[in-house]
Design a protein around this ligand. Sequence first.
Ligand code: ATP
Length: 334
Amino acid sequence: MIRFAAASKSYRVDGSVVPALHPVDLEIARGEVFGIIGHSGAGKSTLLRLINLLERPTSGQVLIDGRDVTHADGADLRRLRAGIGMIFQHFNLLASRTVADNVAFPLRLHGGMDDAAIDARVAELLALVGLSDHARKYPAQLSGGQKQRVGIARALASKPSILLCDEATSALDPQTTASVLELLADINRRLGLTIVLITHEMDVIRRVCDRVAVLDAGRVVELGAVTEVFLHPQHPTTRRFVAEADHREGRGPDYPGVPGRLFRLSFRGDTTYSPLLSRVVRDTGVEYNLLSGRVDRIKDTPYGQLTLAMQGERLDEALAQMRTAGVDVEEIAR
Ligand SMILES: Nc1ncnc2c1ncn2[C@@H]1O[C@H](COP(=O)(O)OP(=O)(O)OP(=O)(O)O)[C@@H](O)[C@H]1O
């Protein structure tokens, strides 16, 4: 549904050319929640803004539903943008308008709806984002999370099929972030909306995204299902993001003095909650030391990742049993 075909972007600064994005080939499917993660300056905003043509590619193409929109203008551009909502880090609400008027704003701008129809649509949108009781308030009377909910309602006003989220939770505390991400996931499920979000936090990706692209210095350095990228990050930049999300340091563990070989076991789906490890240990008599671990969810999928030191005569048999049961077993070099 959204396709970048060798799309690149360079900016001109003081007469010299600054490459922000090297040619990117990427497809985002209809109805998925797609995350783009990268450090400051990696090119995330540029890539996001190519979708609604707030920026035009320097070379290559942007296709929406198979149609090349790279050079869309006039009525074509207005139609394209009406089908793409956007929310922002700092909400971008009109301070002098009420919540209801902020949400109604794009509807009045586009015309074609009478006041009664606009009021009904605004009421529906405010109910969707849980703000029905706040319609007559002004933005200054709302919390950050409530402001972002107004932003979401406004972005959905013209019934877009795509929602772009530009660091939408970066200004919010962790609990509010979680509730806004939950709302986005709910909207994605209920309305089938395609969501593209950019962030510098792997935890945001973990909570809501189906797939992720990791951007580094204007290039996509890793791309895949979040479960795969999260459990088996390949690129050093991705590894650092995942390590940050796990609240551990980016370097590999060494655990001096711990006897045995080190393994990282990754469980996902139902095996996460089965007593597999204790069964294998009982069957084979191997011993283990648990060094670190996490059991959590990646969007709707439970997962666990444990770092263990293991030893015993039947260690190979124990590892084979776990692999057969669907556990990813990686040996970690000391
Ligand atoms: N309008 C512009 N004019 C000149 N250079 C720009 C412009 N916008 C972005 N850049 C440059 O392009 C590169 C990518 O910027 P971009 O904003 O896309 O990165 P980002 O990953 O979104 O960063 P951040 O997380 O800090 O917003 C940076 O080097 C930036 O300085």
